[in-house]
Design a protein around this ligand. Structure first.
Ligand SMILES: Cc1cc2nc3c(=O)[nH]c(=O)nc-3n(C[C@H](O)[C@H](O)[C@H](O)COP(=O)(O)O)c2cc1C
Length: 170
């Protein structure tokens, strides 16, 4: 394909088609958590979590500018990724619903960085925010992992905008 044919294809690419293609990439589901300036916990369902580097151990998560949790990532220093189990679909739904009571109904404890950790999850990654990068309508938050836990079990998966389980419920 010549370079001249590319711009018209790009111009025709609408958000719906982009979303549909991205939705073909199966992911796990996690809840990203962070404290606000008053020490109150905030959390949001995400599937943009990605490991980035082993040395140093870095990971990232992308936060929509419109998300109510977004301002906390501009000021916060620590965050946690809580990787959900297949049985935790309700938690994912609750932490993705606008205006829902999230931590009122959910136990949590502070991790070594102070970031909120949820009980019974498949894995946790606590990190110190090292960089934030503005990227379109999202903020890319890069963090250095300081403490992690990894359990056993089946993950909650997300594919074509629906929840799935891998290998069935245990
Ligand atoms: C499976 C799943 C994955 C999501 N991943 C992300 C994500 O990576 N980043 C993001 O900003 N929003 C993501 N969302 C959307 C947010 O969870 C949702 O918009 C947010 O919780 C709305 O909260 P608010 O009303 O407090 O802003 C995802 C939603 C679901 C159901």
């Amino acid at each position: 394909m010549s370079s001249e044919t590319v711009p018209s294809a790009v111009a025709n690419l609408d958000a719906h088609r982009f979303r549909r293609a991205c939705a073909r990439f199966a992911t796990g589901v996690a809840i990203v958590t962070i404290l606000d300036g008053d020490g109150a916990p905030h959390g949001m369902t995400v599937n943009s979590f990605t490991s980035v580097s082993l040395h140093p151990p870095l990971f990232l998560v992308c936060i929509d500018h419109r998300a109510s949790i977004y301002p906390n990532f501009r000021k916060g220093r620590s965050l946690a990724i809580n990787v959900l189990r297949a049985e935790q679909r309700d938690l994912s739904v609750r932490f993705a619903r606008p205006g829902a009571s999230r931590f009122h109904l959910t136990d949590w404890k502070a991790g070594v960085t102070g970031a909120p950790l949820l009980p019974g999850v498949l894995a946790t990654l606590e990190g110190k925010i090292s960089h934030t990068v503005e990227a379109g309508d999202h903020l890319i938050v890069l963090a250095e992992a300081l403490n992690v836990t990894a359990g056993t079990g089946h993950p909650l998966a997300y594919f074509e905008s629906k929840y799935h389980t891998l290998g069935g419920l245990p």
